[in-house]
Write a protein that binds this ligand. Structure first.
Ligand code: ADP
Ligand code: ZN
Ligand code: ZN
Length: 661
């Protein structure tokens, strides 16, 4: 009697064996199957049909029905899952099942609905490609097999147009295109732009905000080969596509391609592996590529395609000015120069954007007489003051509290907000410009995709002269009337202990600066700082990403940081820090560690955010100059760690290529 070897969504690194039904055959490999588990039932995926399993047949339970509503998941899907499972030390069953939409993992019969058919519309008029765009389009040849390319193009250089031309070519060759974007919510226009460009084609979206039924429907269309274009966020990278011909990753540097919980993978890196396995080209696009990708492009592993000019001939790159705030009087953190700039834009009927990446009214409320500060009881963080709804709120764990009328410790009624967030800047600007219409754009004022679309319409419709916003506003939008961007409060990232902070700051400032002067009107960017001599600003003013990247890479090479070293981090969280650290120490002292000389372990330390939601968190960094050496070490280490006796409430995980510590 044959045995089904089944992948189940469980945190265990093994398959589960069941006695297969009499009709079983190898054709069942890749199909979903109903299996008894504990006192209930689960849906798993048949990975193999074998003559015997790990256990004697009489100890095995029998599998239930094999579900035949879908064709079997193909071998290339399993190959990709297998790579991700090995590389990221994630249980294979978890990887396989996280790739399926929820509806396919439930025991009830699935819903069936058709995807939105293409609406035959006018074929769009295509702009003539710029010389640089034409070179880029010609360089990526869908028929030529695997190749990875970086498309490095300044903001507004027409990267999207390059993507669309390549998609067009892939479709013309009868293939499907997979286009990944960081956060689909922030770019609702992109979906429309893609649909408008390919009116005869089926375009489906795959992201976590879709209703469950819609996601399942879109996934089925992609898997069946009915969808020509799949537009998705990181989770879409595992979608099986029978005719895959091209993968595009837009804003490839964006941290949201990295999943930070559950299975911690980088969709960008998985995309490159997938393209290689499938023998298709992959294009990574950005104005500020990640340093990993930049190093790959310069080391010859990826092709490098460059767009240096803005696509719209009249649009030039904005002029960037660095304002030394040590010598300037500020009011609510805003300099006279910026105020004057805003006034001029108001007179000319243009728009200004004040960028401050901190929402709320003030980052902390404090008592000057006794030193009380509004701290979160559950995290190593302050509670942020939100005056709009009179709450103190933790931005890490969601804890909230009403604003006290007096100091909770000494009763002093004169407690103050310190520092400033978007609400406070908005309030002050409104006082300064009583006639102006100001729109604040952050996660408090925009909570859903619908609200975001409405907000974008209002901005485009000229309903605001001044925008105050966080990084939500920095990404990929064209506001033709926006000619002034002022940046406040960027300094904290300059001398951060996090060595990736400058890379993120540069990308963010470049992106927000790129909002100014997208059309005929010339743009100006004013950055207020106390450290005007910081080299990051010199590169920024010169729009010199390459110079900035070269400097950063040199520092990283000297310090032995990625991309010149390879890292994995073991994290442990427990009610007591001592337990977390003791566990990490035990992991560092395992006998196999000494045998792997090419892997170095640092001392266990508390994480930068040492306490989150009432759990204390420690970490242990493992590093090697050799990726194969690290990869050989990790599975053995993980298995040995699983054998460590830990307190019941301790949780741990391994993350490969961590971005944050
Ligand atoms: P990016 O994605 O690089 O920021 P976009 O693709 O959004 O840039 O292009 C910026 C603007 O330039 C858009 O309004 C787009 O329609 C326009 N554009 C792109 N390519 C061309 C071209 N070849 N000729 C004229 N306009 C173009
Ligand atoms: Zn007090
Ligand atoms: Zn908290």
């Amino acid at each position: 009697m044959p045995v089904f070897r089944v992948a189940l969504d469980l945190p265990l690194h093994r398959l589960f064996d069941y006695v297969a039904p009499p009709t079983a055959s190898r054709d069942d490999i890749g199909r979903r199957v109903r299996v008894p588990f504990g006192r209930g039932e689960k849906i798993g995926v048949v990975v193999d049909v074998a003559d015997s399993g790990d256990w004697p047949l009489e100890q095995l339970k029998s599998a239930g029905d094999v579900l035949r509503d879908l064709p079997p998941l193909p071998a290339d899907f399993f190959a990709l899952c297998s790579f991700a499972s090995t590389y990221y030390q994630a249980p294979f069953g978890e990887v396989v099942l996280q790739a399926l939409p929820a509806g396919l993992k439930r025991c009830e019969p699935p819903t069936r609905r058709a995807v939105r058919p293409p609406v035959p519309g006018q074929p769009p008029v295509l702009p003539e490609l710029t010389g640089e765009q034409a070179v880029a389009v010609a360089a990526v040849e869908p028929a030529a097999g695997f190749a990875a390319h970086l498309l490095h193009g300044v903001t507004g250089s027409g990267k999207t147009e390059v993507y669309l031309r390549l998609v067009e070519r892939a479709l013309a060759a009868g293939r499907q295109a997979l286009l990944l974007v960081p956060e689909i919510n922030l770019t609702p226009q992109l979906e429309e732009r893609v649909r408008a460009r390919f009116p005869q084609r089926t375009v489906v979206a795959l992201h976590s905000e879709l209703a469950e039924a819609a996601r399942e429907r879109n996934w089925r269309a992609a898997f069946a080969g009915d969808a020509d274009i799949v537009l998705g966020t990181r989770l879409a990278i595992f979608t099986p596509l029978p005719r895959l011909g091209l993968i595009v990753i837009d804003e490839e540097h964006d941290a949201s391609f990295k999943q930070q919980d559950g299975m911690r993978y980088s969709a960008r890196d998985v995309a490159v592996v997938r393209a290689r396995q499938a023998g298709v080209p992959v294009l990574l696009g950005s104005a500020t590529p990640s340093l990993e990708t930049w190093a790959n492009a310069h080391g010859g592993r990826y092709g490098l395609l460059t767009l240096q000019e803005r696509a719209n001939r009249q649009a030039t790159l904005p002029q960037i000015r660095i304002l030394d705030t040590r010598r300037l009087p500020l009011q609510e953190g805003v300099s006279k120069v910026l105020v004057e700039g805003i006034r001029q834009r108001l007179e000319r009927g243009e728009q200004s954007l004040v960028f401050l990446n901190r929402r709320g009214y003030a980052p902390v409320l404090a008592c000057p007489s006794c030193g009380w500060v509004s701290r979160c009881q559950r995290c190593a963080a302050n509670l942020v003051l939100h005056l709009a709804d009179r709450r103190l709120r933790c931005h890490h764990c969601g804890f909230e509290h009403r604003v006290p009328k007096a100091c909770p410790t000494c009763g002093n009624q004169d407690i103050h907000p310190y520092g400033r967030g978007t609400q406070r800047v908005e309030e002050w600007l409104q006082g300064e410009f009583p006639e102006a219409r100001i729109l604040r754009v952050d996660r408090d004022s925009v909570k859903s995709r619908k609200q975001w679309e409405t907000m974008l319409e209002r901005i485009h419709g000229g309903e605001a002269e001044i925008l105050v916003g966080t990084q939500m506003l920095a990404k990929g939008h064209d506001f033709p009337k926006l000619t002034l961007v002022g940046v406040l409060g960027a300094d904290s990232a300059l001398y951060s202990a996090d060595w990736r902070a400058p890379e993120r700051l540069f990308a963010q400032l470049m992106q927000v600066a790129g909002r100014a002067g997208r059309a005929e009107l010339k743009g100006e960017v004013v950055i207020q700082t106390q450290y005007p001599e910081h080299p990051l600003f010199a590169s920024l003013v010169a729009h010199d990403y390459a110079g900035f990247a070269a400097g950063q890479l040199k520092e990283r090479e000297q310090a032995g940081f990625p991309p010149y070293a390879f890292q994995a981090v073991l994290r442990a969280e427990a009610p007591q820090m001592a337990d977390a650290i003791a566990f990490l120490k035990a992991a560092a002292a395992l006998p196999l560690v000494a045998a792997h000389e090419q892997v170095m372990l640092y001392d266990p330390v508390p994480m930068r955010m040492a306490r989150l939601a009432s759990l204390e968190r420690g970490q242990l960094l493992a590093e090697s100059m050799s990726r194969p050496a690290l990869q050989a070490f990790l599975p053995l280490w993980r298995e040995a760690i699983e054998g460590i006796k830990a307190p019941a409430k301790l949780r741990w995980h391994l993350e490969v290529d961590p971005l944050e510590f």
